[in-house]
Design a protein around this ligand. Structure first.
Ligand code: HEM
Length: 370
């Protein structure tokens, strides 16, 4: 089932669907980002929050086809429930523990990780959107449309049920917004700690945008190779998804050892630890985009760097996530210089009660118009 959906999405994303969709949307966001930066109080700009609003609006539009209006209406239900997804409250931690350590008990007790009200809210949105589109013959260029067509047209594959479709849109939204906003926040923070990298990156952005009449296009973004290296280095130091989870589906004998991983065993791969291990990345504390230049990136040992996971369950939103991240960074860097706000405590502390890698207290920066 998942393979079918993932293949279809990859085909559509390959066609440039993601780029088309949110490039149409981003023009509206540019203005909002500028306004937010310009109006930020003297205490600094709450960058992590601003970028969460940006990605929530983009994914909301691309996944559900709805305007979330996070900037203009930060207390909307959409924002409220979206934020609730990632809050790791005491009760959620207990649920996660039961599901992971005592899965049978979890099943018997019908323990769910996500609070019922959150699931119900998103279920209602998708149900309403599908009904509205069907009744009014509306066709949009978004993820929901891809799934609706998959349900309606594709007779060669196992058809997917309505609840499966809802679940996929939900997963797409959850997986898509916080990951990219965290990447941008950490990236801007490191650019403040390494002003020479910020300057070099801005030079590249300006040079390439000038070649393209100052407009952000798919082609101009693809040419920004130093930007790629900076984003890759950010994802190394701060992978937004800090661990990968797998379940062993058949007994597996680890090479050159007498260890057998038994079928059914759950495996946690500590991604953030791998990415910051001096054995694989010398001087891991140093933010060094040169690790990812064309000359150097072949030196990275396979499977020591996996910010998007690997194998059949790897992230299906890589291209979308990178495009979204690049658009956000280009939009902010071309007109503003960033420095750390006095609200930012360095060295940072990671947020403890979160599924994602995040800074305790958020990322706060000063933005100065160039
Ligand atoms: C910088 C941005 C992003 C990062 C770092 C990231 C990272 C990841 C990681 C580590 C996984 C788990 C992979 C594994 O277990 O092997 C994942 C899964 C996933 N991601 Fe992303 N992601 C990003 C952006 C996105 C976006 C923008 C979307 C959708 C638009 C998306 C959709 C998904 C989906 C649907 C899955 C689940 C795949 C499955 O279960 O097979 N991701 N992502």
């Amino acid at each position: 089932m998942w393979e079918t959906i993932a293949d279809q999405i990859l085909v559509d994303v390959g066609k440039g669907w993601a780029v088309k969709t949110f490039s149409a949307y981003k023009s509206g966001l540019d203005g909002i980002i500028y306004n937010t930066i310009s109006s930020s109080a003297s205490g600094g700009l709450w960058v992590s929050h601003t970028l969460e609003c940006y990605t929530m609006d983009v994914i909301g539009s691309c996944a559900f086809g709805i305007d979330c209006n996070s900037f203009t209406d930060p207390f909307s239900d959409f924002c409220k429930y979206s934020k609730k997804i990632f809050q790791l409250s005491r009760i959620k931690r207990l649920r996660a523990l039961i599901i992971n350590i005592f899965p049978y008990l979890g099943k018997a007790l019908r323990v769910k990780l996500m609070p019922r009200d959150v699931t119900k809210f998103f279920l209602n949105i998708v149900t309403h959107s599908v009904k509205h589109r069907r009744e009014n013959g509306i066709v949009r260029n978004d993820f929901l449309q891809v799934l609706m067509e998959l349900v309606d047209n594709n007779k060669d594959i196992d058809s997917i049920s309505f609840s499966e479709m809802v679940a996929q849109v939900y997963v797409f939204f959850i997986a898509g917004f916080e990951t990219s906003s965290a990447t941008m926040s950490f990236c801007l923070m490191e650019l403040c700690l390494n002003p020479e990298v910020q300057e070099k990156l801005r030079e590249e952005v300006n040079l390439i945008l000038n070649k393209h009449n100052g407009t952000i296009t798919y082609e101009s973004l693809k040419e920004m190779t130093y930007m790629d290296a900076v984003i890759n280095e950010t994802l190394r130091k701060y992978p937004p998804v800090p661990v990968l989870n797998r379940r062993c589906i058949q007994d597996y004998h680890l090479h050159n050892s007498d260890i057998i991983i038994r079928k059914g065993i759950k495996i946690t791969i500590p991604l953030i630890a791998l990415h910051n291990d001096p054995e694989y990345f010398p001087n891991p504390e140093k933010f060094d985009p040169n690790r990812f230049t064309v000359e150097n990136k072949h030196l990275i040992i396979p499977f020591t760097y996996m910010p998007f996971g690997d194998g059949p369950r790897a992230c299906i939103g890589i291209r979308f996530g990178i495009m979204q991240t690049k658009i956000g960074l280009v939009t902010m860097l071309r007109d503003y210089k960033f420095s750390l706000s006095e609200k930012m405590k360095i060295p940072i502390k990671f947020k403890l009660h979160s599924f994602m890698t995040a800074v305790e207290g958020g990322v706060w920066l000063n933005a100065t118009k160039i």
